[in-house]
Design a protein around this ligand. Structure first.
Ligand SMILES: C[S@@+](CC[C@H](N)C(=O)[O-])C[C@H]1O[C@@H](n2cnc3c(N)ncnc32)[C@H](O)[C@@H]1O
Length: 188
């Protein structure tokens, strides 16, 4: 099973109609659309991406799934966006996803960076309600990917020490390819 399918499984078990959820790296909108379908028109999702083209693709995918009405779409850096959302949405989110790295088939120089990723993760921990789920996928094969993943792993350790439940999953891959990693963190 691919890590993205595992993310969608966790979202399916977590999200109920009426919930709030946030996708911090909307990309092509796959995670956003799964979230929006699960929370339904009485719920709310916020999808963020630094690239306007990614938000356009996400909007098209949400519309095709008849889920646009329950979505707010933001072209922004997720660190800044999540920090400013804290005043309105603190402790309201049932699930937040991060799919780090670059968008396949797009400009590979536009990729998540450790400093903004960590800022966004800290804000995400405030936005989640108790028992909320934080799902982070990191890719380690591209330049900077391993460094970012190591910093995320260190941050996961700090929230575990604060009482969160943190599990990680790494698929078995053949050859020398470094596998991606998924962290599944549940807020205390
Ligand atoms: C691996 S892709 C996400 C794929 C997405 N989850 C999907 O379902 O298609 C990573 C995304 O993060 C975005 N990104 C990179 N840096 C960002 C930042 N600082 N703030 C928000 N989005 C960022 C990229 O533009 C890219 O679309």
């Amino acid at each position: 099973m691919q890590l993205t399918d595992l993310v969608h499984d966790h979202l399916s078990q977590q999200l109920k109609p009426g919930d709030h959820a946030l996708d911090a790296t909307a990309g092509n909108g796959y995670d956003s659309t799964v979230m929006a379908t699960l929370v339904g028109p009485e719920g709310r999702i916020i999808a963020i991406d630094i690239q306007a083209s990614a938000i356009d693709t996400t909007r098209t995918r949400l519309k095709a799934a008849d889920c646009l009405v329950q979505a707010d779409l933001l072209v922004a850096d997720h660190s800044q966006a999540l920090a400013s959302l804290c005043s309105t949405y603190a402790q309201t989110m049932s699930a937040i996803t991060f799919n780090l790295g670059y968008l396949p088939g797009s400009d590979k120089t536009i990729q998540t960076e450790p400093e903004s990723t960590l800022g966004a993760l800290r804000a995400a921990s405030d936005l989640l309600k108790s028992d909320g789920l934080l799902l982070v996928v990191a890719y380690r094969g591209h330049d900077g990917g391993q460094t970012e993943a190591t910093q995320v792993a260190d941050w996961m350790q700090t929230i575990q020490e604060r009482g969160w439940t943190v599990k990680s999953h790494e698929p078995i891959v053949t050859g020398r390819r470094v596998p991606p990693i998924l962290w599944v963190a549940r807020k205390a």
